[in-house]
Design a protein around this ligand. Structure first.
Ligand code: TXA
Ligand code: MG
Length: 337
C-alpha cells in the first residue's frame, strides 16, 4: 500500500475531501489532534475498525476512543448521559478529555473491545474537528503509533510507523499538548481516573468533587490484577533504550550519573552538565514536559542511546500525566538517590 501525506495547513480542501472519501469507504487515515496523532476510521463500522487494530498491531481487547465534533453527536452513542458528564463536557470539551459511559447498540464490539462501555472525546484541534465533520461520522481513533511505541506528535513519526499500513496521513504540524487525553470513567460507581492527561485531577475535582484514581495510574499492575482500562496492562511508550527514573535533587543526580556511560533525560538548562543529554521541558512546567516527552523518547532512540537515566517530574497537575508515561517507558524502574 502506498501511503500519501497531505498537509492540511496548505491544502485544506484536498486533505478534507480525501480523508472523508477514504474513511467513508471503510479505510484508516492518520489525523492530527491537539494531544497526539490518531489512526481514524468509522467508529460504527466494525470492519473498518478492525483495520485499525491490524495497522497498529494492537491486541483486539484494547478498546478505542470515539471522536465527535459536536455535543449533539454524543447521545446516540451512549445509553444515557450522566449529569457529571454534561458538566465536564461544558467545561472541558472540546479538549484533551475522554469520558467513558455505557454504550448504545450503535457501537460495535470491536470498537469497545468487547466491553459494554464506550470512550468518547471531542478534540480541540480545528483540523480534527473539520475532518470529523467532513466525514459526518464518529471516528474511532487510537494513537497513531505501532502498538508499544511512543505516541506520535508529528506526521513524520506517524509516517515512520505507518508507511505502507494506511493509505493517507493528514499532516497538521506539531501537537499542542503532546501526551494523550485524560481518560475518566463514569460507568463505575464513583468517577475514576484511568489515565492522566492535559485536563488535570485538580481541575476535575474542582468541578465535580472527589474522584478515584485507578491504581494502575501510578503503580505497576500486580500479577493477576485486572486493569480498569485495558490499555494499562500493556507495555507502553517504550523506546528501545533502557530507562531508569532517578528521584532526588539535581546535585545528587549529577553525582549519580558521573562516570557512567549513559544518556541523560533532563530538564532544559541542565543539559550542559552532561556529555549525552536530551531535554524534556522545564522542571517546574508540566505542560512543557508533556509537550516534549514523546519526542525526547524518540530522539533518544535516534541517537542510539542504550542506557538512560531520567530526571523525575513533579507528580501533580499535568506532571502526573508526564510521570505516568515516563514510568511506563522506564518499565517502572525507579532509583532513589
Ligand atoms: O489523546 C488521545 O486520547 C488520543 C487521540 C488520538 O485522541 N487517543 C488515544 O487512544 O490515546 P489510545 O487508543 O491510544 O488510548 C485509549 C485508552 C486505552 O488505554 C484504552 O484501554 C482506554 O483508553 N479505553 C478506551 N475505551 C475504554 C473503555 N470503554 N473502558 C476502559 N478504558 C478504555
Ligand atoms: Mg495509545
Amino acid at each position: 500500500m502506498i501511503t500519501r501525506v497531505i498537509d492540511i495547513r496548505t491544502n485544506e480542501k484536498e486533505a478534507l475531501s480525501e480523508a472523508a472519501r477514504l474513511i467513508k469507504d471503510g479505510e484508516v487515515v492518520g489525523i492530527p489532534t491537539e494531544t497526539v496523532y490518531g489512526l481514524a476510521a468509522n467508529a460504527l463500522d466494525g470492519e473498518a475498525v478492525r483495520k485499525i487494530y491490524i495497522a497498529k498491531g494492537r491486541p483486539s481487547d484494547n478498546p478505542l476512543i470515539v471522536h465527535i465534533s459536536d455535543m449533539s453527536e454524543l447521545a446516540p452513542l451512549v445509553r444515557e448521559i450522566p449529569e457529571k458528564v454534561r458538566l465536564m463536557a461544558e467545561k472541558f470539551w472540546p479538549g484533551p478529555l475522554t469520558m467513558i459511559m455505557k454504550k448504545s447498540d450503535l457501537i460495535p464490539d470491536v470498537t469497545s473491545g468487547g466491553l459494554d462501555t464506550v470512550a468518547v472525546r471531542m478534540p480541540k484541534s480545528e483540523y480534527a474537528r473539520k475532518i470529523i465533520k467532513a466525514c459526518g461520522l464518529p471516528l474511532a481513533a487510537p494513537s497513531a503509533n505501532l502498538s508499544g511505541s511512543p505516541s506520535p506528535t508529528n506526521a513524520r513519526y506517524v509516517f515512520g510507523d505507518m508507511d505502507g499500513r494506511v493509505p493517507l496521513i493528514i499532516d497538521g504540524g506539531g501537537c499542542e499538548i503532546g501526551v494523550e487525553s485524560t481518560v475518566i470513567t463514569f460507568a463505575a460507581e464513583k468517577p475514576t481516573l484511568l489515565r492522566p492527561g492535559g485536563v488535570t485531577v485538580e481541575q476535575i475535582e474542582a468541578l465535580i468533587g472527589e474522584i478515584d484514581i485507578a491504581s494502575a495510574v501510578l503503580n505497576k499492575l500486580k500479577d493477576g490484577e485486572t486493569a480498569a482500562s485495558p490499555g494499562m496492562k500493556y507495555k507502553h511508550y517504550a523506546p528501545s533504550a533502557d530507562i531508569t527514573i532517578v528521584k532526588g535533587s539535581f546535585e545528587k543526580f549529577v553525582d549519580f550519573v558521573k562516570d557512567k556511560d549513559c544518556f541523560v533525560l533532563c530538564f532544559e538548562g541542565e543539559e550542559q552538565n552532561f556529555e549525552n543529554a536530551v531535554t524534556y521541558g522545564r522542571a517546574d512546567d508540566g505542560l512543557s514536559e508533556a509537550n516534549r516527552l514523546f519526542d525526547a523518547l524518540r530522539e533518544l532512540d535516534e541517537r542510539g542511546a542504550k542506557t538512560v537515566y531520567a530526571r523525575c517530574p513533579e507528580i501533580s497537575g499535568v506532571g502526573l500525566a508526564v510521570y505516568n508515561r515516563l514510568i511506563r517507558s522506564a518499565g517502572f524502574k525507579i532509583k532513589e538517590v
